[in-house]
Design a protein. Sequence first.
Lengths: 182, 148
Amino acid sequence: MTETQVESQLEIDKQCIEAVQSGDKDAYCTIVKCYMKKAYYIALGFVKSEPDALDVSQDAFIKAYKHIKKFKTGNPFFPWFYQILKNLCLDWLKKNRKRNQIPLENIKLSSGPGCSQDIKIQIWKGIEKLPLAQKEILILRYFQGFSYVEIARMLNKPLGSVMSSIHYAKRNLRNKMEKILK
Amino acid sequence: MKHQDIKKLVSPYLDGMLDDKQTEQVENHLSDCRECQREFGELNQLEEVLNQMTLKKPSKDIWEDYWSSVYNRLERKTGWIALSIGLIILIGIGAYPAIKNLFLDPETPLFLKIGILIFGAGGIIVFVSILREQLFFRKRERYKEVEK
């Protein structure tokens, strides 16, 4: 996203959220439609099943709506919403620990040149074994395509800390994948 | 910049996230340091695979129905809350005189009075417990024990 796009998005968010805060439920539609895909894929990264990701991401929008008056307009909406979504995903994981151990082959990964589907599944399994914070940061970076700056905003961390977290997460994953990638 | 500091920059360098000065520092260091060259090679290989991986796309219908589903659930939740509050009030109003009469009636067997008291106490305990969980417990929980 360019700086102009970010500013324009910020303005749209501001207008819509001010309208929602004044009781206009329909204005929330614009916000939901704008962020639903990001929310769904982030939830999918955590909960790993399509229906559950849909359910959790929709719950997050409902919860955000209920607390919308606490949101300070002028700030970007998504980092604030992300905290709600993440907490709901963690709640889900806590409640569904056993279900969470479903075979990871259930998550299909797009095929691309250069490496087999099997390697990708092994890498996904490796990501699953990482500590939560490292798994989260890799999903945001590589599966959602967020920039380092966006991740820093979402996680409320300094940019330098995000850089080193991504580095250590990749290093850790690389160590787990050493035999497979050689 | 020290070797360890440069090593941490290899990953953002691969992601193209460094400014010109940092990029130059990393490139200069990489040309001399074998350890960092190995780090670069390994992370680059992983990066190539990660960049090819995306999560499966859901069907298009999901996006078409997404907002209406959120809207319906929002409405339904408000409806359920209103329904529950109304039901509690109605039950309270209806049950109070009946229970009062039962307790005041000397012919009501003692076991029935005790049963009603235990039932009422149980209901209050469950209600307070749920309320306490909603108000305090959930706020304090930081999900530290969640591994995945």
